[in-house]
Design a protein around this ligand. Sequence first.
Ligand SMILES: [Zn+2]
Length: 301
Amino acid sequence: MIPILVTVFAGVLGLAFGSFLNVCAARWPQEESIVKRRSHCRHCGRTLAWWENVPLVSWLALGGRCRTCKAWIGWRYPLVELAVGLLWAYSAWQIFSAAPELKSGIFSYDASLALASGIARTIFLWLLAALAVLDAENFWLPDRLTLPGIALGLALAVTHATLDTFLQSSGSFEVWKHFVAIDIVQFWFLGAVASAGVLLVIRWIYQMIRDQEGIGLGDVKLMAMLGGWVGFKAAMLSFAIAVLLGAAVAVILLIAPSEQAKGQKWILKKLPFGTFLSVGGIVSGLWGKSVIAAYLHWSGF
Ligand SMILES: [Zn+2]
């Protein structure tokens, strides 16, 4: 019973935080405060009634249009709310699968760790969803999202390493020093710094060949955030997914050219790489371990 209740609660909370994400995505690019003004129609400016602000439900009830000016609200609002709701519900469910003893309310060391990393995961998923939307709409990966993401990964790694070391060393100071260093280096440094480094090298090569910026520094910071969270291997998986997604979108644009694409060389068309990288990060953050294991199995390593 507890897992179902918590999953539903996480899903509803996710819908609300998806709604908050929409507010950030609409206001940050205009440099508007996200707290100063109550929710309003982006078109006619009318302040919304509370019942026009219910995630998902209001959009469906209003048919996606403003009640007074009939302006199209857009697909992004319900889609983002639904996406964050589903991701959070799934995360909550995963926590119980990772630590079955939580079902009976037992907080063992493993269960507490699963709970802590599960809560951190919901924050990461929110950050990645926000980055995906902002890059898709504005080609912008703001530091105010990537830098806290990097810090959160580091905080998680340090906490994990410290707790592990404390348990292993049974309080002995010498072992303490030794293990903390190794764990942090392996988990966070390799993940964040090496992943960002790989992207920096690709960025540099691209600039040398094409003489223009293909990968922005925002993408590099996003990669550092991902690496610090999921580790180096899964960050590389995110990158591979991003490249495949980008290629797929480029092919679609090539086959079905829109009005604005006419007369433009498709290869010069700008694509939001950060969006693809965020989607790759969400996939590898949730299912990375099984994908990598399957790949290593099939490829015979
Ligand atoms: Zn309106």
